[in-house]
Ligand binder design. Structure first.
Ligand code: NAD
Length: 285
């Protein structure tokens, strides 16, 4: 930085640089609690770990009561305990979001506990096996579409019903860079994530005038159990993956969470139908 330009940050440049990225560093860059979700009720799906867990934690820090939903009930409970230990408000609900009865029960439990639903982040999803179109078995296609697209449709169906009746609400669907470009070898994942953006646009158009905003985020490669399974602790694979990311490092779950919580906040009141890349410059051209 040139001598005559004042560093805008009070403690010097705390922005993480490529290669020194950690979750703590990212949080250190955002030391203030902004109250973005003060008094709100927020549902996060797939919140037992990864991006969903970070989003649930950030909602709690920002003042929301959080419904922590996951197919893995023990993982959801553990996240709730940790939020409560830090003075936050949360409860866990186990559900398989590919099943309509489970989705209806999740929304009902949010209403039973807190009386309304202000925000929802439809994040739950799965990854798949790499391969060619011609080797992709129909059951793997169907599993992917159910877990990554039908689950989002079902969540939207019930969330929109409640929010339209209230006359307010904000929803964020979690797509992927694979929602706008091909993920070679993952046609089922690519199709599902493109579909999430289609659902987002349809819902945004239909419900904007009813007080409900619907947006999507498109995370880039993020350090979660989903990706750690692929990297398998091998620094060479991590380096190879990082080379495709403009910022030069894997995203942290908390960096993705920031965008989801902001989009759900009243600060984003005129943002509706948007698909927001949060990928450190990966797919932009
Ligand atoms: N990690 C990345 O690099 C990355 C990149 C782009 C998009 N995404 C998307 O972000 C979302 C979260 O990814 P992540 O990396 O945190 O994944 P993750 O595998 O670490 O966590 C996903 C969570 O979703 C839950 N889940 C899966 N299927 C479910 C179901 N049917 N019902 C309820 N819960 C279910 C899992 O139990 C798990 O806790 C996914 O939609 C994923 O496609 C991730």
């Amino acid at each position: 930085m040139a001598d005559n330009i004042e560093d805008p940050t009070p403690t010097g440049n705390v922005w993480p640089m490529a290669g020194e990225q950690t979750d703590e560093l990212v949080r250190a860059a955002f030391p203030l609690r902004l109250g973005l979700a003060e008094g709100k009720v927020a549902l996060v799906t797939g919140a037992g770990r990864g991006i969903g867990e970070a989003t649930a934690r950030l909602f709690a820090v920002e003042g929301a009561a959080v419904v922590v939903c996951d197919i893995d009930g023990d993982a959801a409970q553990a996240v709730v305990r940790s939020i409560q230990e830090r003075g936050g408000e949360a409860f866990a609900v186990a559900a398989d979001l590919t099943k309509e009865d489970d989705v209806a029960a999740v929304i009902n439990s949010a209403i039973d506990n807190y009386g309304r639903l202000d925000c929802a982040v439809n994040n739950a999803g799965v990854s798949g096996r790499f391969g060619s179109f011609i080797d992709l078995p129909l059951h793997e296609w169907q599993h992917m579409i159910n877990a990554n697209l039908t689950s989002v449709f079902l969540c939207l169906k019930y969330e929109l019903g409640v929010m339209a009746a209230q006359g307010f609400g904000a929803i964020v669907n979690v797509s992927s860079g694979a929602g706008v470009v091909a993920a070679p070898g993952l046609p089922h994942y690519t199709a599902a994530k493109h579909g999430v953006l289609g659902l987002t646009k349809c819902a945004a158009q239909e419900f904007a005038a009813k007080g409900v905003r619907v947006n999507a985020i498109l995370p880039g490669t993020t350090r979660t159990p989903m990706i750690e399974g692929f990297i398998n602790g091998d620094p060479k694979i991590e380096k190879m993956v990082s080379r495709g990311i403009g910022r030069g490092y894997l995203g942290e779950p908390s960096e993705i969470a920031e965008s989801a919580v902001w989009l759900c906040s009243d600060r984003a009141s005129f943002v509706c139908g948007e698909s927001l890349l949060v990928d450190g410059a990966t797919v932009c051209r």
